[in-house]
Design a binder for this molecule. Structure first.
Ligand code: MG
Length: 367
């Protein structure tokens, strides 16, 4: 089987909640997502999606995706999409870095592989471990009271895990965590996610002020050294997110004893192939995982579902359903949240059917 055509689409998503804010004064009101369709000479087509959280969050920006695929596409035409390792090696030798550009291409190859095998991607990623799994809701940064109101609202929709966007003034962040804990119940999970926004003394003040409270701290500072300073002061379990850009950085953080959990964002590590490597290592090393992406809609949420649904449940800390945050659906049969949980698709490949009419005209096509 050979890749015979690559179509690249960009779609605008709005946020149902209108605005999403996190540390450092960052905020977005919507997203430009990129959808890739790979066609093959045997008639199978595969889809993948990458949706950067604006341009200021990670080493990714929406305009970079088509530009990167213009570099990669000519090398991929004629390649066998079911040879995932070869495809990834070729992408790496054609374009250094730029993991997020490679991610939708890798996901589309997994979609094709699954269809060719007649199996869901989750089966090929190691085997389905669960039929559904628990979700968290990201709570946009706002006043402590407004964030508590959002938790109440999303709790009424079934979520029991809440990731608070902190990483601002530490005194106000203490109040954010206190207000969140006041409106949650035993068994709920509260995560204070600074998205690298604190310098160590700010994080240390927060973990000291909330020393006896039950919550998690996620990526307090930008560097591993800074996070380690906080780690030495914090009794709370710690999750490392933004530093997990590949196997090497994951192992470096693990050797340092930096974390109890990691956040795997599929596009940040270059797609499902690399995310699976890190997922499998994390399981072996006793590290729990939030499995997700930088953002996305139906396609990204479905790719996440296959990886999350093939992860041993005791290591799947949580995940989220990005397709419920955005106001555009690209596949009517994509998994949808029910009672704070998401079902793992069962059809071959990604197991969903993208409505190409909703994608508009391609930004460009290669054949
Ligand atoms: Mg995070």
């Amino acid at each position: 089987m050979r890749i015979s055509k690559i179509d690249v689409y960009q779609v605008q998503y709005g946020l149902k909640d209108k605005r999403y804010a996190w540390s450092g004064g960052h905020a977005v009101t919507g997203f430009t997502t990129t959808v890739v369709r790979l066609s093959t000479d045997e008639g199978l087509t595969g889809f993948g999606e990458v949706c950067p959280l604006g341009s200021g969050y990670m080493e990714a920006h929406p305009a970079g995706v088509p530009a990167g695929i213009r570099e990669l596409g000519p090398a991929l035409l004629g390649q066998d999409p079911t040879r995932l390792r070869d495809v990834n090696a070729l992408m790496d030798s054609t374009l250094g870095g730029h993991h997020y550009v490679k991610s939708p291409l890798d996901i589309a190859c997994w979609d094709i592989l699954g269809q060719a095998a007649g199996l869901p991607v989750a089966t090929l990623l190691g085997g389905r471990t669960v039929d559904e799994y628990p979700l968290y809701r990201a709570i946009s940064q706002g006043s402590p009271e407004a964030m508590a109101d959002e938790i109440r609202r999303y709790r009424s929709e079934g979520y029991r895990r809440f990731q608070l966007k902190v990483g601002a003034d530490p005194d106000e962040d203490v109040r954010r965590v206190e207000c969140a804990l006041a409106v949650t119940e035993p068994g709920d999970v509260v995560i204070a996610d600074a998205n690298t926004g604190w310098v160590p003394h700010q994080a240390i003040r927060l973990v000291n002020a909330l020393r006896d409270r039950d919550y998690y701290v996620e990526q307090p500072c930008a560097t591993l050294d800074e996070c380690m300073v906080v780690r030495r002061h914090a009794p709370q379990p710690m999750i490392i997110d933004e530093l997990i850009t590949g196997v090497g950085p994951f192992l470096q953080a693990w050797r340092a004893g930096a974390m109890d959990g990691i956040n795997i964002k599929i596009s940040r590590v270059g797609g499902l192939t690399r995310a699976k490597q890190i997922r499998d290592l994390a399981e072996a090393l006793g590290i729990v995982m939030t499995i997700e992406d930088s953002w996305g809609g139906d396609l990204a949420t479905t790719a996440i579902a296959h990886l999350a649904g093939s992860t041993r449940p005791e290591f799947l800390f949580t995940s989220t359903d990005f397709n419920s945050y955005v106001d555009v659906s690209l596949a009517a049969d994509a998994p949808r949240r029910k009672d704070g949980r998401l079902a793992v698709p069962t059809g071959p490949g990604l197991g969903i059917h993208v409505d190409v009419n909703r994608l508009g005209d391609p930004v460009f096509s290669l054949s």
